[in-house]
Design a protein around this ligand. Structure first.
Ligand SMILES: [Fe+2]
Length: 230
């Protein structure tokens, strides 16, 4: 599997290209903003972009969808249906996050409406990218329709803004729910196995084993105090 990471937007979001080495079929996870570097990587490596997959609808994860779809019009645009409340609100999202209108242009956040999705992802479906298989898991909590992608054969998971190295996604924005996020992480991510590599939406990679034992949101008193079992 080819995994290439592009750190984009003022939020330092990890946009990724995943590709099958044998067939050159590829997907892009979370194109945060328009990026020539991203387009050049796909073209220069003879990759065939078959889909743009959005873990969730926050602007730093979807802001480059329109630009990438224009470059690769045959690529599907896929996300969970419960995320449309954010996806459709892309042009207004900076205001919802407290970014003032006169700051939006300077921050590259004057968005056109996001392009229409090709179809919606559902929990449990398996996407085939050449010889790679990616299972979709619905993990609400950071947002309502957040999904993660599990590559069981490669022992890795792409967690968007659910789980970070040493932290978890924020739950104070519209659609966020702390208890739901912890439940999602425990059920759909930690249960995968300690050897899995975790590719996060922000910051460095980690492993499930490391997060299970050292992430302060997932061990010890913090969880117990909120009524979760350890
Ligand atoms: Fe987010």
């Amino acid at each position: 599997m080819i995994i290439e990471t592009f750190v984009l937007t003022p939020f330092q979001q990890n946009t990724r290209v995943l590709a099958c080495e044998e067939t050159r079929k590829a997907i892009c996870i979370d194109p945060g903003e328009k990026s020539d570097e991203l387009v050049d990587f796909i073209n220069n490596n003879d990759l065939e972009l078959q889909a743009i997959i959005l873990t969730h609808g926050h602007l730093d994860h979807i802001g480059g969808t329109a630009a990438l779809a224009k470059e690769f019009p045959d690529a599907e645009i896929l996300l969970h249906k419960d995320e449309m409340y954010l996806y459709d609100a892309l042009p207004k999202q900076p205001l919802l996050m407290g970014i003032q209108p006169d700051q939006m242009r300077a921050m590259g956040m004057e968005y056109e409406p996001a392009p229409k999705p090709t179809r919606f992802l559902t929990h449990g479906e398996v996407l085939h990218v050449g010889e790679l298989k990616l299972e979709v898991r619905h993990c609400p909590g950071h947002t309502r329709g957040h999904i993660v992608l599990v590559a069981d054969n490669e022992r890795c998971v792409f967690t968007g803004d659910c789980l970070f190295s040493g932290s978890i996604g924020r739950t104070d924005l519209p659609g966020g729910d702390y208890d739901q996020l912890i439940e999602s992480i425990q059920t759909n991510i930690l249960a995968l196995g300690d050897d899995f590599t975790v590719y996060c939406g922000h910051g460095p990679e980690t492993t499930i084993g490391r997060e299970r034992t050292t992430n302060p949101f997932l061990n010890g008193a913090y969880l117990q105090g909120r009524g979760f079992s350890l």
